[in-house]
Design a protein around this ligand. Structure first.
Ligand code: 5GP
Ligand code: MN
Length: 334
């Protein structure tokens, strides 16, 4: 592993360590943060996790998830964590604008910053950038990180449960970005006691009735298919947010349903948020939605899963998105 010797030295005696990850944290963000947290705790460090915004309910079972500090709820406590921190781990994001104001809390601090991430084009804001865009997830990278420091025997069930969660969610249940190496890692997680069946149940069979009805609404009333461009779009308005009392996390995964159609290559989920319009993109095969998100919506992500935002209102944003499609028509139909 890159920087193994330097990082071993840094971690060779007890330190105050902060871990942070991206806003609207997903299974990989929280799983990698908690997996690393448990490992660093075992090494004798004093570790706190700060996330910009709340995490979805399906993660409430994760060991020590309730110790995570949420900046939106506890901004002062969050600031204190970074004031104290001698080392700051940045996980599962590639640029400081992915963590909102949390970035301002530490960008200029002298603490040693270590970025561990699998997104394309990482920004170089950290002292050590450990980037692997081939990795399925940051959780896979945390496994490699611990192994790279010579501590694989320390990976126990607690760490395993956390890492399995991010691997499971970022690969969409082992559909994307898998590799023989990943399955070998997963085998080792099962060997330390991870119960894959139970975790799948906790993570994926956790919808509320409201969420399932919202999914129905999206598919029945808010879905548009652009046959010519092999693209499906689902939009949600401010009124939908009010009528369904949609909270963060309630819309998780809806975009993926569009890809269940054989004829669809690109899926877009475009939602009217209080101040921005959020655009969430998915694709199949070689078609890169990362490029669309980066070039047209100030965003980024991965080839097959990317996102961005627009300040132009819902209808204008949808219109702009549709106007882009002819540029990609040949690629979409190849
Ligand atoms: P989601 O659609 O689930 O919100 O995000 C899918 C992927 O796109 C994630 O890997 C996430 O990191 C990336 N992504 C989503 N929104 C943004 C954004 O606004 N900016 C950047 N750079 N990446 C994003
Ligand atoms: Mn990830």
């Amino acid at each position: 592993m890159e920087f193994a010797e330097e990082i071993k030295k840094i971690l060779s005696y007890p330190k105050d360590i902060a871990i942070t990850t991206h806003r609207n944290p997903d299974g990989d963000a929280i799983g990698s943060s908690l997996g690393l947290y448990h490992y660093l705790n075992m090494l004798g460090h004093s570790v706190r996790i700060v996330v910009p915004s709340e995490y979805p309910d399906f993660m409430v079972w994760m060991p020590d998830v309730d110790r995570i500090i949420i900046y939106d709820i506890e901004p002062e406590e969050s600031a204190e964590v970074f004031e104290r921190a001698e080392v700051i781990f940045c996980l599962d994001f590639n640029s400081l604008d992915r963590i909102d104001k949390v970035g301002d809390l530490f960008a200029d601090r002298r603490a040693t910053k270590i970025l561990i991430d699998h997104h394309l084009y990482p920004e170089h804001f950290a002292d050590y950038t450990i980037s692997n865009t081939e990795a399925s997830s940051t959780c896979e990278m945390i496994f490699d990180f611990i192994e790279g420091l010579g501590d694989k025997p320390m990976i126990n069930k607690n760490i395993g449960d956390c890492l399995f969660t991010g691997i499971l969610t970022d690969t969409g249940s082992f559909k994307y970005a898998t590799s023989a190496k990943l399955f070998r890692i997963v085998a080792q997680l099962l060997e330390v006691g991870v119960d894959d069946y139970m975790l799948q149940d906790l993570i994926f069979n956790s919808m509320t009735e409201k969420q399932l009805r919202l999914l129905g609404h999206c598919l029945h009333n808010r879905m548009e298919i652009l046959e010519e461009f092999r693209t499906g779009i689902i939009t949600l308005t401010k009124e939908d947010y009010a009528n369904f009392d949609i909270k963060r996390g309630d819309t998780e995964g809806i975009v993926n349903y569009l890809l269940k159609m054989k004829k669809i290559v690109v899926a877009a989920f475009i939602t009217e948020q209080p101040t921005i319009v959020k655009i969430s993109l998915r694709s199949k095969g070689d078609f890169s939605v990362q490029e669309i998100a980066r070039r047209h919506f100030k965003g980024g992500g991965h080839k097959n899963a990317a996102g961005g935002a627009s300040f132009k209102g819902l209808r204008t944003t949808v219109k702009r998105f549709k106007e882009l499609l002819p540029l990609y028509k040949d690629q979409l139909n190849s």
